[in-house]
Design a protein around this ligand. Structure first.
Ligand SMILES: Nc1ncnc2c1ncn2[C@@H]1O[C@H](COP(=O)(O)OP(=O)(O)OP(=O)(O)O)[C@@H](O)[C@H]1O
Length: 322
């Protein structure tokens, strides 16, 4: 039996959309994917007309799709942005040198100015040299810290107002869980912030960094790139197999298998930490009317469960609670 797209009800469905679980046709998928990113940009007032924006472009799937979608939305909705490509060459042979070739290709396709800065010229160390000195453990820490500063320096040289990166919903959920597991309570509430950097530590402002893909699923980015036939570099970094992030990613993938909304749930949990709902009242402690022990309700949970067991209603109650 032919299955139809649940959005337009006219075209044949070509996939089940990971974000919604609905059947969707190719055109409706492209449309929904782009519309949701536009909505994220507008609802967070991410840009102002006339701003200069550096797209942090690594040549990987996320930033390649970012270049494509931002260029498209900028034209379609008249954002009035001046876009630039900014790439950092970490100095990893067989990885970044190859992926930067993809960025150079994109520079031609989208006709954007490209700036490339390298760790070697900025710090006199390439990542190949760093790893030769410190080994594979913890090298991602060096790389992350150097990249952050390199992007800032490149953005200043380009004279832009903001940097945008291709961090997606899965990346955000991972960061939140990593900070939670490390007990990093200072970073925890801001783990999934859509705009960072404009209000830096000690009130020292750095350039704002925006993440238009905050609510975009990694699976959908890969599908979009694939069906739009975008050219990107898909190899994992040679030095990242030991990274803690990889284990956390695995953990979330396993969670998703039993709870498909795990990624977005983590993001929403983090948002609750960042801006607790003022109307949300904490339950008042009181004494249970049956057992006289501390409870958040008139009848405590243990008494409720016991009663349902006694009445042979346990299954029914649990079903209602699920
Ligand atoms: N070498 C780089 N030069 C410029 N931007 C970078 C670089 N590395 C990472 N970024 C930016 O940071 C974002 C997240 O980087 P991450 O290391 O998580 O790579 P990723 O998830 O593989 O992303 P991508 O698919 O774009 O490489 C990228 O989408 C990009 O915007």
């Amino acid at each position: 039996m032919v299955k139809y797209c649940q959005s337009c009800n006219t075209q044949k469905a070509f996939m089940v959309r990971p974000k919604t679980g609905n059947l969707i046709c190719q055109n409706c998928f492209f449309q929904a994917f782009e519309d949701e990113i536009h909505h994220t940009i507008i609802s967070t007032q991410m840009f102002k007309p006339g701003e200069k924006i550096a797209i942090a472009a690594s040549g990987g799937k996320d930033s390649t799709v970012l270049v494509h979608v931002i260029t498209l939305l900028n034209k379609k909705y008249n954002y009035g942005l001046h876009l630039y490509l900014l790439s950092i060459d970490e100095g990893i042979k067989g990885y970044r040198d190859d992926s930067l070739e993809t960025v150079k290709q994109n520079q031609i396709t989208y006709d954007l100015e490209l700036k490339i800065l390298s760790y070697k010229e900025l710090f006199n160390w390439s990542m190949d040299e760093v790893v030769a000195q410190i080994g594979l453990n913890n090298n991602c820490t060096y790389c992350g810290v150097f990249r952050r500063q390199s992007l800032d320096r490149g953005a200043i040289q380009l004279g832009v107002d903001k940097i945008i990166t291709g961090h997606n919903a899965d990346d955000m959920a991972e960061t939140f869980l990593m900070n939670l597991l490390r007990g990093d309570i200072f970073r925890l509430p801001k783990s999934t912030a859509i705009i960072t950097g404009d209000d830096g530590d000690n009130g020292i402002a750095t350039l704002p960094r925006c993440k238009p893909f905050k609510y975009t699923y990694e699976k959908e980015i890969v599908m979009y790139a694939h069906y739009k036939k975008l050219i990107y570099f898909s190899t994992e970094c040679t030095y990242s197999p030991n990274a803690f992030r990889g284990h956390v990613r695995e953990l979330i993938k396993n969670l998703e298998a039993i709870r498909p909304s795990a990624v977005i749930d983590l993001i929403h949990s983090c948002e609750q930490l960042d801006a607790p709902n003022q109307n949300q009242k904490l339950p008042q402690k009181q004494l249970c009317q049956k057992c006289n022990l501390l409870s958040s309700n008139k009848i405590c949970k243990a008494c409720t469960l016991l009663e349902s067991l006694n009445q042979g209603r346990a299954k029914q109650i649990l079903q209602i609670q699920e």
